[in-house]
Design a protein around this ligand. Structure first.
Ligand code: PLP
Length: 639
């Protein structure tokens, strides 16, 4: 476990049990021993059609833990409540969840339900997100905020105003100066008194990748002069009382509380000025940015790590706002945050299988045919060989490596010219590998093929080089003996993972079990890896490269039965037909075409052939690794 720093990034939700398996502690620190859930048992239950309650789902598989989600939400709330109390702050915290982080229906529903006792709301950044937020907040707390961000047209604004008519606590946040005119005009037409917020472009700049939209040149928000013009416009229309919220967002993964305090302090100054200009200010919305310590280092010096926890974050925010407001004798505002990553990252784990470790096969000295090699060598290459042999006698490793490398390069050149045959080149490569292995010059890194598409399941890994903790979910009581990088199934050289936490370019891994049955921590010879802390953004951003699609998803709740868990929801991942439909193909018509072709060319075999074509449309695009792992509804007609 120490090798993978599980205790650092995983606490309080993930740890390793005595059997060497990862267990999930769904209620965080207050989880009791008998409530811990062995992840491998979950994986076996949902993937093996023969186990009791087994579902036969294919990999990759996302396992969601709503109890973890609840714990994150409550921990954030209680961090702010403690800070408010400790600093005698005169108002309260009331957060919203930015649905863009993960719009999954059940995640949004759960957040509204779990957050209802403390008025937790939603943030939307587009029209479909607004429709979604309106729908779920109908079941939420009446005071929960519905924050409408993003670029807006008349339809977006009308919809947001309609939400106010539906008694949803909706705030239209102006991202662009022009939006104010539309809001004034449409709200008058619809006879709705809007609640308006504005997004300020702060001077405080977050320098990491996620801060590229912050600062004066950022993509979003209003400059000081634009803010002043909007205030004037609202005043002129008799609507300055509608301006009630100030929003800013300096970027995701804010690395330190120093930067946070600087940004919040600057925003609090703008907030106070708006109060003094006569706006009816009530809420300061500090945006997202509450970070995740992906590598557990708490260093705060890269996009991978932040140097604070929930308590320090909340305390810094409350302190920065209080200090400014007190100095200007302004009533303390309600504090809203749009924390997304911090709420949903922990609740989903992506499980995938490693299949094939291409171990370089290094020959022994006996297997190398020196006379055969010598036969094909040029004079200078032969001299390299003799120099290499002499250096080997003297145990002079550096010289050995020099001549081995020179010999190999000369042979490659001659192969390219066409004067050296492929078998001789292969023999020279073998000799080179043996030399480097013998003198310990290279520790070979193996490639593990994983039944996954990085583009579909971990898009930030290839698009922005984000690193997530990846760990075998079992065999953690066995020392890993191999270093590996992960290659995915796509026909794309970017479809790989070769950066891991701790700045590592390979991951400590175990040898794959060749047989089935025993070993492998009870996984029947299979080897499962988990990608942790990926509940935010990855599902929403995932694409369909090579037509690999979404993972199977299961929801797991802690239960007090003998198994300590219950699978409450299971969804197979996208089938081949599903992903084809995404690109406007029509699987039913495609199937008919292929069936007619079979009738034309394969007469008597038609039934079997069309059955197997139908199965291919129906199954997921990923590799099916066990013959028994067939999806339940195989022969249910359509796909
Ligand atoms: N609010 C806004 C306006 C954002 O742009 C974002 C994401 O970048 C968020 C909230 C969520 O940020 P995070 O996931 O860092 O909490």
């Amino acid at each position: 476990a120490a090798l993978y720093r599980i205790d650092s990034w995983g606490a309080p939700y993930f740890m390793v049990n005595d059997s060497g398996n990862i267990v999930v502690r769904p209620h965080g620190a207050s989880t009791l021993a008998h409530q811990e859930i062995d992840l491998l048992k979950v994986v076996k239950r949902v993937s093996d059609p023969k186990s009791v309650g087994g579902l036969g789902l294919q990999f990759p598989l996302i396992v969601r833990f709503p109890d973890v989600l609840k714990n994150r939400l409550e921990s954030l709330q209680s961090a702010f409540e403690s800070a408010v109390q400790a600093q005698a702050y005169g108002s309260h915290y009331q957060g919203v969840y930015p649905v863009k982080c993960n719009q999954d229906r059940f995640i949004v529903e759960d957040i509204v339900k779990f957050g209802s006792p403390f008025r937790f709301g939603l943030e939307a950044g587009s029209k479909p997100e607004l429709l979604l937020a309106m729908n779920y907040l109908c079941k939420g707390n009446r005071e929960a905020l519905l924050v409408c961000n993003g670029f807006k047209d008349a339809e977006y604004i009308s919809l947001a105003l309609l939400a106010r008519k539906l008694a949803l606590n909706t705030v239209i946040v102006l991202e662009q100066e022009e939006e104010v005119k539309l809001v004034i005009e449409i709200s008058k037409k619809l006879s709705v008194r809007p609640v308006i917020g504005l997004r300020a472009k702060l001077r405080t700049k977050h320098l990491g990748h996620f801060g590229s939209t912050s600062g004066e040149k950022g993509k979003f928000g209003l400059t000081t002069n634009q803010i002043l013009r909007v205030v004037k416009e609202l005043h002129g229309s008799g609507m300055l009382d509608c301006l009630q919220l100030l929003h800013f967002h300096i970027g995701s993964q804010i690395p330190s509380t120093d930067l946070l305090q600087e940004g919040v302090g600057e925003a609090a100054q703008i907030y106070s000025e708006l109060v003094l200009l006569g706006a009816n200010m009530k809420v300061i919305d500090i945006g997202g940015g509450l970070g995740i310590d992906y590598d557990g280092s708490k260093s705060g010096n890269s996009d991978l790590s932040v140097s604070y926890g929930l308590e320090e974050y909340a305390s810094a925010v409350v302190n920065a706002i209080r200090a400014v407001c007190d100095r200007k004798s302004i009533k303390h505002p309600i504090i809203c945050s749009e924390s997304g990553r911090a709420i949903v990252s922990h609740n989903s784990i992506l499980i995938f299988e490693a299949m094939d470790a291409a171990a370089p096969k290094i020959p022994t000295m006996n297997q190398i045919n020196i006379p055969f090699i010598m036969e094909g060598l040029s004079e200078d290459a032969r001299a390299d060989y003799w120099n290499l042999s002499e250096a080997a006698m003297r145990h002079d490793n550096e010289t050995c490596l020099f001549y081995a490398d020179q010999l190999k390069q000369r042979c490659v050149e001659r192969f390219k010219e066409g004067t050296l045959g492929i078998e001789q080149l292969g023999a020279v490569d073998g000799l080179f590998d043996l030399v480097t292995k013998t003198i310990g010059a290279s520790e070979p890194v193996r490639t593990y093929l994983v039944n996954l598409s990085v583009f579909s399941s971990i898009p930030d890994s290839w698009s922005i080089g984000q690193v997530f903790p990846i760990v075998p979910i079992h065999r953690l009581d066995e020392k890993p003996t191999v270093k590996g990088v992960l290659f995915d199934l796509t026909c794309d050289s970017d479809g790989k993972i070769d950066k891991f936490i701790g700045g590592q370019t390979s991951l400590p891994l175990h040898e794959l079990d060749s047989g089935s049955g025993g070993g492998g921590g009870g996984a029947n010879g299979r080897y499962f890896l988990g990608m942790f802390l990926g509940g935010a953004y990855q599902e929403a951003l995932g694409g369909f490269h090579n037509l690999f699609g979404g993972s199977s998803v299961v929801t797991v709740l802690q239960s007090d039965g003998p198994q300590s868990f219950a699978v409450t929801r299971a969804m197979p991942g996208s089938s081949c037909a599903d992903v084809l439909r995404m690109m406007q193909h029509e699987p039913e018509l495609m199937f008919d075409t292929l069936k007619h072709r079979a009738e034309e060319f394969c007469g008597f075999d038609v039934a079997a052939l069309s059955g197997s074509i139908a199965r291919s449309f129906h199954n997921m695009p990923y590799l099916e690794l066990t013959s028994s792992c067939s999806l339940t509804a195989l022969n249910n007609g359509g796909f």
